[in-house]
Design a protein around this ligand. Structure first.
Ligand code: AGP
Length: 616
């Protein structure tokens, strides 16, 4: 995700901007830039690459001033490049903006502005904002106090999408205009200076007194005050709050670990995955960057998913979804196996590479192999501009925001969200799903973020159960249908953060071996999800209990039959069978997390593990 930092006071702004942007690096970015106001003139310095590259540029060509805004870019529209980096300027160079979010109607606005003579230098949605503000400044009157704020308000009334925005201008060179809708923006108050940032940690070094802008608010920041309005120009009264976090914990937004923070970020992460891809009125699904025509989709007669680890588990769910909704024969391959076994694929095979980091060496190798064999390759990826995203013919970004914890959580559930939408899209293109069926399937998905928020209420239950079982040395996870990949994922979460040996298994296979493991010391986690196989999974639970085993069940809420049979139950809200994996994994993420914490493990950086395995 992009990051914004701003400073206004009596000191040089650039050191604050660089320090603040470095605190925002964890969000992931591909370029960085700053702009300052000095003696009523604007100066901009920006480039693709890491902040170190920007610092090098500033060494060569320093800029000064006591008002400044900075930005780390997480590319959404337009590849990472110097010209696409923020800040962006209007035609006059007297207005510069930095923006975090997505302006959905930027193309139509860009067309209107171009017709009005505006010249664009980048392909970003953000640059449209700079030109629109210029367009909305009262002609000839610019420079009167309040015009800039009104011009920004007028601009924001024209845009659709999400933004956190900071604007400085030579027209009113003693302030920063800020605004927020969907992407956070915080204002901090120091002694005769103010700061603004995408998150609290970046400014906590300077102040603990902050105000968070709310959606639809716009503000004027000077070095000693903040005035807030709504977009109609009505003043809004805001109370500051005092942050009690220490700088370290604040990086985790108050959570003890990034893993727990990211588990809790999943509802909003899924909202961001869906944002801009479903038109609310017609429930149409569209992925701008998929780069697959209807004709190409029509030709696909086989799908091969390839991935590693948690992403491989997402691929297993994807296999079920594509066969269910699009009736396309699908299979799942471990990337390392796929790339070396001379796979039989051709131009009608679609290879879908799933990866959070976009840098996993084996998955990258599988993409190269698939392309060499003539297959179309699309990536489902969480990192803009990553190697696998660049190497694939098309890409669908999960937009989960950077995932810091080594154990993948929000990346997984957003991968499942993308797979669900893609499977419906393919099913519709193949004429297998009607508009009304599609609308129902999408309506079910739109409910998921709030249902996931409900699933998170099981946190205390998960912690209590973790207390009971954190000394176990083995665990068996079982599921049927789409519950099977979730059993695998739950087992992987436990083993990678708590070092307990855990195995995921198709529940139907229990009698073919694992049943020999059952005893009173080994917890058996069962995905007892509603669906065609529900009665069978009840039978599996009885088989475990009959042999003195212990059952922890994940079940739909108010499922009396399971509650009577299992020793412990973690409930999830009711949803469709196709969407149940997204909810069912949450209690297992929480269970693994709390068991690891109780075992004193390094949850965010488990031993021997890397966040991205960039070597074979
Ligand atoms: C998952 O919790 C692990 N961190 C690991 O299995 C991971 O999913 C795997 O290395 C694949 O990474 P990728 O999604 O970035 O390609």
């Amino acid at each position: 995700m992009c990051g914004i930092f701003g400073y206004i006071g009596n000191k040089e702004a650039v050191p604050f901007l660089i320090e603040g942007l470095k605190k925002l690096e964890y969000r992931g970015y591909d370029s960085a830039g700053v702009a300052t106001l000095n003696k009523n003139k604007i100066f901009v310095s920006k480039r693709a690459g890491k902040i170190a590259a920007l610092e090098e540029l500033l060494q060569q060509k320093p800029i000064s001033g006591q008002i400044g805004i900075g930005h780390t870019r997480w590319a959404t529209h337009g590849k990472p490049s110097d010209v696409n980096s923020h800040p962006h300027e209007d035609c006059s160079g007297k207005i510069v903006v930095v923006h975090n979010g997505i302006i959905e109607n930027y193309l139509e606005l860009r067309r209107i502005l171009s017709d009005n003579g505006h010249k664009f230098t980048s392909v970003t949605d953000t640059e449209v904002l700079a030109h629109l503000i210029e367009e909305n400044l009262p002609a000839g009157k610019a420079g009167f106090n309040g015009d800039l704020l009104q011009a920004v308000a007028k601009t924001l009334n024209l845009v659709r999408g999400s933004y956190a925005l900071a604007v400085i201008s030579e027209h009113e060179p003693n302030k920063i205009i800020v605004a927020r809708h969907g992407s956070p923006l915080i204002i901090g108050f120091g002694s005769n200076e103010c700061y603004l940032s995408s998150d609290i940690p970046a400014m906590l070094k300077y102040t603990a007194e902050i105000i968070k802008l709310d959606n639809g608010e716009i503000g004027e920041v000077t070095k000693d005050q903040l005035k807030v309005f709504d977009l109609a120009g009505n003043a809004v009264s805001k109370n500051s709050e005092l942050i009690s976090w220490d700088p370290e914990s604040a990086e985790k937004g108050g959570y003890s670990h990034f893993m727990l923070k990211e588990i809790h970020e999943q509802p909003n992460a899924i909202r961001k995955t869906i944002e801009g891809r479903i038109s609310a009125e017609s429930h149409k699904i569209h992925f701008d960057e998929l780069n697959l025509s209807d004709e190409e989709i029509g030709k696909v007669n086989r799908i091969v998913f390839t991935a590693c680890g948690t992403s491989w588990h997402a691929a297993l769910v994807g296999e079920y979804l594509f066969e269910q909704f699009a009736r396309i024969p699908s299979e799942v391959e471990y990337a390392a196996e796929f790339r070396y076994r001379h796979p039989i694929i051709d131009e009608n095979t679609l290879v879908i590479a799933i990866t959070q980091s976009g840098e996993t060496a084996d998955t990258l190798g599988a993409v190269w192999e698939a392309k060499a064999q003539g297959a179309k390759v699309i990536a489902i990826c969480n990192v803009m501009g990553s190697s696998i995203a660049r190497e694939s013919h098309g890409v669908v970004y999960t937009n989960a925001g950077p995932e810091i914890g080594v154990a993948s959580t929000k990346a997984f559930t957003t991968q499942l969200t993308v797979l669900y939408l893609l499977a419906i899209l393919f099913g519709k293109r193949k004429g297998l799903i009607s508009e009304s069926e599609s609308a129902k399937l999408i309506a079910d998905l739109i409910e998921i973020p709030s249902k996931l928020e409900e699933a998170l209420y099981q946190e205390n239950e998960a912690e209590r159960i973790a207390e009971k079982f954190h000394k176990a040395t083995n665990a068996l996870y079982m599921g049927r249908g789409k519950g099977f990949p979730i059993a695998l994922e739950g087992a992987l979460k436990l083993k990678e953060v708590s070092y307990i040996h855990a195995e995921g298994y198709p529940a139907a296979e229990m009698k073919h071996g694992p049943i020999a493991l059952i005893d009173k010391n080994m917890p058996v986690v069962v995905l007892a999800l509603a669906g065609r196989r529900y009665e069978k999974i009840l039978g599996n639970i009885e088989e475990v209990k009959a042999r003195g085993g212990i059952v922890i069940a994940v079940a739909s809420e108010k499922d009396q039959a399971i509650t009577e049979k299992a020793d412990e139950v973690l409930c999830i809200p009711k949803t469709s069978e196709a969407l149940s994996p997204i909810l069912a994994v949450v209690p297992l993420q929480l269970l693994a997390y709390y068991i690891a914490v109780k075992r004193g493990c390094h949850v965010d950086q488990p031993r021997n593990l890397a966040k991205s395995v960039t070597v074979e």
